[in-house]
Design a binder for this molecule. Structure first.
Ligand code: CP
Length: 301
């Protein structure tokens, strides 16, 4: 992993994924490890973020490195017409590592081809969000004791939700059974269904939240308003699924509700007090997992 960019979750083998999860557990037990006092990390966010940017910057600070960058491309020379290529070439002269979020699918791969230093994809359009996936896997392993043979419900915007695309691919190493719960406007894209078929992964598609009694993980997602070209279509589907506390009554004891966050309306507030709600702890796990990713790319662990 040393000096390698992380663009897609498929860049990591099963063994490399498990190694990151082991390192994350080590960082959770001991989060202040100033291994990078001589390093600078750039966080370039061309698209809004709360958790990903702040957990990366917390991870960088806890590792003792310094952070440069921007949280809004409006404050960068992109507004003057500077290309992504030139921006990346410049920043890779300043920093030892680049963390980038960008609305265009494929932009992270392109940036890694222009950069002298490794690039970590913090989300590229509707494509991939590999560091979210690694923190999701950490959360799943921590709560279930294993990643193997789990039944995972993915609910909501499976078309534009990049986190479910990355998670599906990562879980393919661990013999999952998937339930894809979405209306047809937001169904799992065919390429990911084909991926499941090629890997021999069992999956079911349904339009309502039923059969929940079989679930180990209920992965809720937000309808991605910003990716709809037709605002009327967003209005039509935005409240399709709302998880309420009573819907968890007959579920397995080990069930955990995950959500990459932010939530809008898809998880009612009354779920938060249920011990099966894990999404805020999941977001905290992002710090330890991102420390593990950075430390391994910098060759420090
Ligand atoms: N999960 C996630 O990517 O959240 P942010 O958009 O707040 O970074």
């Amino acid at each position: 992993m040393k000096n390698r960019s992380l663009i897609s979750i498929t860049d990591y083998s099963r063994e490399e994924i498990l190694r990151i999860l082991e390192l994350a557990a080590d960082f959770e037990a001991n989060p202040n490890q100033p291994l990078m006092t001589d390093k600078v990390v750039a966080t370039l966010f061309f698209e809004p973020s709360t958790r990903t940017r702040l957990s990366f910057e917390t991870a960088i600070n806890r590792l003792g490195a310094r952070v440069i960058g921007f949280s809004d491309s409006a404050s960068s020379s992109t507004t003057k017409g500077e290309t992504l290529k030139d921006t990346i070439k410049m920043v890779s002269n300043y920093a030892d590592l680049i963390v980038m979020r960008h609305p265009l699918e494929g932009s992270a791969r392109y940036a890694s081809e222009q950069s002298r230093v490794p690039v970590i994809n913090a989300g590229d359009g509707a494509n991939q969000h590999p560091t979210q996936t690694l923190l999701d896997l950490y959360s799943i392993k921590k709560t279930q004791g294993t990643l193997e043979n789990l039944t995972i419900f993915m609910v909501g915007d499976l078309k534009y939700g990049r986190t479910v695309h990355s998670l599906l691919m990562a879980m393919s190493h661990f013999n999952p059974t998937f339930y894809f719960v979405a209306p047809k406007e937001m169904s799992m894209p065919k390429e990911y269904l084909r991926f499941c078929q090629q890997k021999g992964i069992k999956y079911y598609e349904q339009s309502d939240i039923s059969n929940l009694e079989t679930a180990d993980i209920l992965y809720m997602t937000r309808v991605q308003k910003e990716r709809f070209s037709d605002p009327m279509e967003y209005e039509r589907v935005k409240n399709t699924y709302v998880l309420r506390n009573s819907m968890l009554d007959n579920t397995k004891d080990n069930l955990k509700v995950l959500h990459p966050l932010p939530r809008v309306n898809e998880i009612a507030d009354d779920v938060d007090a249920n011990t099966k709600a894990y999404y805020f702890k999941q977001a905290e796990n992002g710090v330890y997992t991102r420390m593990a990713i950075i430390a391994s790319i910098m060759g420090l662990k």
